[in-house]
Design a protein around this ligand. Structure first.
Ligand SMILES: [Zn+2]
Ligand SMILES: [Zn+2]
Length: 262
């Protein structure tokens, strides 16, 4: 996973480095001015990336499952992985069990009982870096508390596993309960928040709150820059579920990548 390497440098060590260079600069004419300026500008960039409060979008997450907190320049998202909506995968007898006779069942949520996940994301995505492909496994955490996966299933195309997807585009197999398609339990042809992805960028439904309609300026990842219902009037980069039916599923991929925020 590619990270902004400066995020891992404690701020105190940058201050120390600065003091040291300043000392050198005072005591010797041989210090290269360019080196000094480089370090100063790095420190300024680092200042901009230290968030002091959580993004308002985190208020939309299911608090029964999800705990979110800041740790320096990163946001930690811990989840039980258990969604706050109905699915056949809860298993018969559970209050959120939904009968879905057409779903080719994989194990139920409780029989796997292995849904807990923790991810750490940059509080401020690095949108100036290169793009990074998504990988198998959790690519983000949805507002329901469950994981988001990409368009692959065990290294193959998702089509082969599509029969096991429930009404909200999710299944288990193996490991955590996860969405591949538009999670209709909480976004269905609207602008609702879907979740947070590993690169620190939020994913929204097929429509954008800035216009109330399908965005027409999306990049290859489904991203663009505009206001959202959680951005307090500021424009910020975010993803949308791309409004193109995926294969024979009759639904829409949640997110195929690549990540733009690493
Ligand atoms: Zn899957
Ligand atoms: Zn948008």
């Amino acid at each position: 996973m590619k990270k902004n390497r400066f995020n891992s440098i404690p701020k105190s060590s940058l201050v120390l480095a600065l003091s040291f260079i300043t000392l050198l600069a005072c005591s010797s004419d041989s210090v290269d001015d360019d080196v000094f300026e480089d370090i100063v500008s790095t420190d300024e960039e680092d200042d901009e990336e230290i968030a002091t409060e959580l993004h308002a979008a985190y208020s939309a997450f299911n608090t029964d499952a999800v705990t979110v907190y800041l740790d320096g320049s990163e946001v930690v998202i811990e989840t039980t992985g258990l969604p706050n909506h109905e699915t056949v995968y809860w298993g018969e007898g559970n209050s959120l069990y939904k009968e879905e006779p057409d779903v080719a069942l994989t194990p139920s949520i409780m029989s796997s009982n292995n849904n807990a996940t923790t991810i750490r994301v940059d509080a401020t995505p690095n949108l100036t870096g290169s793009t990074v492909q998504t990988e198998l496994g959790t690519i983000g955490i949805a507002v329901s508390g469950s994981s988001l996966f990409n368009d692959q299933e065990g290294g193959g195309a998702l089509d082969q596993a599509a029969a096991s997807l429930d009404w909200t585009g999710a299944h288990i197999g193996p490991g955590v309960y996860h969405y591949h398609l538009e999670p209709k339990a909480f976004t269905n042809d609207d602008d609702n928040l879907v979740g947070i992805l590993l690169d620190g960028v939020f994913l929204y439904g097929r429509k954008c709150s800035a216009t109330g309609d399908y965005p027409t300026d999306l990049d290859a990842s489904g991203g663009h820059t505009s206001t959202t219902q959680y951005s307090d009037g500021e424009e910020e980069y975010h993803y949308h579920i791309i409004n193109e039916v995926y294969s024979t599923t009759g639904s829409y991929l949640a997110f195929a990548g690549p990540f733009q925020g690493y």
